[in-house]
Write a protein that binds this ligand. Structure first.
Ligand SMILES: [Zn+2]
Length: 261
C-alpha cells in the first residue's frame, strides 16, 4: 500500500515536470493566467515637477483607488473622503475623482511573478489622440469582448493624459493573453505595448520614447527577456503590417534599450 502511494507520488512529480517543460518550450502551449499573487509595483520618479496641488483624475481601465493613491502619493482614505465614496468598488471607468494635494504623477509599473512572458511587441495606435480608455472602446467596437487588446499604453498627452504616461491595461493586471498580434503565439507570450499616435510619417514624442525605454527595460529585467525578443509588430513572421509605422525610430530605440538610458 505504502509502495503504491510512493509510485503515484513519483508519477505526479513527473507529470508536473512534463507540464513545466511543455510550458517553456512553446508559446502556443503556454498555460493561461499564471499570475502568482499580488503585483509588485515598481514606482519611478514623477513625469513632471509640479508642486502638490488639488487635481481631478479620470479613472482609466484597471485603475483602482489603491493604484491611483500610489500614482499621486495620496492616502487611499484621503481620496475616498474627498469624493464621498463609501465603497471603492463603486468606482467606474471614466469617473472623475478629486485628488487633494496630489504630487506630480508617477509611473507605477505593476509586475507579477510569471514564466508566461518571453517577448515584448511594440505597436502604434494609428490614431492621433487617445488613451487606454478610448482604445478600449475602439477594441470593444471591433468585437474584442474583453476590451483593450494591449497590456500597456503609452499616451501622447491627449485625452486628459500626460505625454509619456504609462497605463497598465486590465489584461495586464489579470495577466491574461493579449489581443494585439494573432500570429506567432504572440498573444500568449508577448507583452503588447502600444504608443498612442500614427508613426507612418511622424515620430513618437521624446517623452513617449523615454517612457517606452523605461517600461521595456523594467519588463526585460523582471522577466529576463533578451534584447532580440523586443520586436515590432511587423517583425512577427506572417504579419503583413507596417506597425509601429515607418517613422518609428527603431534603431535609436534599440540602442537606448541596450545602453539602459
Ligand atoms: Zn500593431
Amino acid at each position: 500500500m505504502i509502495f503504491g502511494v510512493k509510485i503515484r507520488f513519483d508519477f505526479f512529480k513527473l507529470l508536473i515536470l512534463a507540464v513545466v517543460v511543455t510550458a517553456i518550450s512553446s508559446c502556443a502551449t503556454a498555460p493561461l493566467p499564471v499570475s502568482q499573487g499580488p503585483a509588485t509595483d515598481i514606482i519611478y520618479k514623477p513625469y513632471g515637477t509640479a508642486a502638490r496641488q488639488d487635481i481631478s483624475h479620470i479613472i482609466g481601465p484597471a485603475e483602482t483607488v489603491y493604484r491611483i493613491s500610489r500614482m499621486y502619493d495620496v492616502p487611499i482614505d484621503t481620496i475616498l473622503k474627498a469624493n464621498n465614496i463609501a465603497d471603492p468598488k463603486e468606482l467606474r471607468i471614466g469617473q472623475k475623482l478629486v485628488i487633494p494635494q496630489a504630487a506630480s504623477l508617477r509611473p507605477v509599473i505593476p509586475v507579477f511573478r510569471s514564466s508566461k512572458w518571453r517577448y515584448i511587441v511594440i505597436h502604434h495606435s494609428v490614431t492621433d489622440s487617445g488613451d487606454a480608455q478610448s482604445l478600449d472602446l475602439i477594441h470593444r467596437r471591433r468585437g474584442f469582448d474583453r476590451g483593450l487588446g494591449y497590456h500597456f499604453v503609452i499616451d501622447n498627452g491627449t485625452s486628459t493624459r500626460i505625454d509619456g504616461q504609462i497605463e497598465a491595461s486590465p489584461r495586464w493586471i489579470k495577466q491574461s493573453d493579449g489581443a494585439h498580434c494573432n500570429t506567432g503565439g504572440m498573444n500568449e507570450c508577448g507583452i503588447g505595448i502600444c504608443l498612442v499616435g500614427d508613426f507612418t510619417n511622424e515620430e513618437p514624442s521624446r517623452k513617449q520614447m523615454d517612457s517606452l525605454v523605461l517600461l521595456v527595460n523594467t519588463l526585460r529585467k523582471f522577466y529576463h527577456i533578451s534584447l532580440s525578443r523586443v520586436i515590432r509588430h511587423k517583425d512577427v513572421p506572417g504579419k503583413n503590417t507596417a506597425c509601429p509605422g515607418d517613422s518609428f525610430p527603431w534603431k535609436e530605440f534599440k540602442d537606448r534599450v541596450k545602453s539602459g538610458r
